[in-house]
Design a binder for this molecule. Structure first.
Ligand code: NDP
Length: 292
């Protein structure tokens, strides 16, 4: 069955979301601060709203996708009365605290609030591999879940509205770590004139193989509290670190990324965790003060 939906915020992501809803046959009302961005969606069958208030009142389900939660507050706070009795699904990237604050504001005004974290780029929306994390008002989520499923797979993470942002930021953290490691690898090998495309297949296979071991292996170590390793221990990793930093220096490549790695390895060994594997870093990162 088709359900009316409003989408406010038609940037790269908001436009992809509205387009997916239209393709799934949902009557979709759209609004954007810069009105011209409604054009392509209207051509796909969307109804343009002249004002944000008209956008909100057109549907029981209102999806927001703006740049930041500051812009969300700026746009929706004056529209609390119009939003009352409706569901606001906020797919804007933000912090757990911001999501909780928005949830508290929504509760005061009789608005059902669901926060979401989009784990996809616009081109992946409504396609394989894309999913959206949701948290907050579970009853409203359950009511609209079939409609939201037109955007991407849905993953409910809990009634604390901040959880979707927490999971989202944690996943992105993994991406940044991997992405910076990849950038460092290309910078080093490229400093010797190796074309990136020649190195890419090896780097891909290596990163995939290591990730397949590290991600589940670290989870197992955390849950069992057993960090001793027969794979690669922290004391050895500290001992060979100069091989990296000296080579980087000799090749005129920055060792900026290795500065925090060195500090963490030194701390791990100083605190007596030299025989442990990389999974021990989780404890160190969770406790900025010495563990013992
Ligand atoms: P864009 O910069 O393309 O779009 C931003 C949108 O926010 C525009 O519609 C803009 O309106 C609107 N906006 C900003 N400030 C205000 C305001 N004060 N009042 C009203 N509207 C406002 O960004 P994206 O669409 O790429 O991203 C949107 C959100 O989705 C972000 O939080 C982003 O982190 C998240 N996201 C994006 C992903 C991506 O790959 N693009 C992936 C996952 C999440 P106007 O057109 O008038 O400027």
């Amino acid at each position: 069955t088709q359900h009316p939906v409003s989408v406010l915020g038609l940037g790269l992501m908001g436009s992809a979301l509205a387009s997916a809803l239209l393709k799934a046959g949902h009557p979709t009302t759209v609004w954007n601060r810069t009105a011209a961005k409604t054009g392509p969606l209207v051509a796909q069958g969307a109804t343009p709203a002249d004002t944000p208030a008209a956008g909100v009142t057109a549907s029981p389900l209102v999806i927001a996708c703006l740049t930041t939660n500051d812009s969300v507050r700026e746009l929706f706070e004056p529209l609390a009365a119009e939003l009352s009795g409706r569901t606001l699904v906020n797919l804007t990237n933000g912090t757990p605290s911001q999501a909780r604050e928005l949830a508290a504001w929504a509760r005061e005004h009789g608005i059902a609030y669901v926060d979401g974290g989009i784990m996809a780029v616009p081109q992946m929306i409504a396609g394989p591999g894309a999913y959206i994390l949701y948290s907050g008002d579970e009853e409203a989520y359950a009511r609209h879940r079939d409609t939201l499923a037109a955007l991407a797979d849905t993953k409910w993470v809990g009634a604390d509205a901040g959880l979707a942002a927490l999971w989202d930021l944690s996943l992105l953290t993994g991406m940044y770590g991997m992405g910076l490691g990849v950038a460092q690898a290309y910078a080093l090998v490229g400093s010797a004139g190796v074309p990136a495309k020649d190195f890419a297949p090896l780097l891909l296979d290596w990163v995939v193989a290591m990730t397949q071991g590290i991600v589940p292996g670290t989870a197992e170590a955390i849950d069992s509290g057993q960090h001793l390793t027969d794979v690669s221990n922290l004391e050895m990793n500290l001992a060979v670190l100069p091989n990296f930093t000296e080579t980087l220096a000799e090749h005129g490549v920055s060792d900026q990324l290795f500065t925090p790695l060195r500090a963490l390895l030194e701390r791990a060994v100083a605190e007596g965790y030299g025989a442990d594997g990389l999974s021990r870093m989780v404890d160190l990162l969770k406790a900025p003060e010495p563990l013992r």
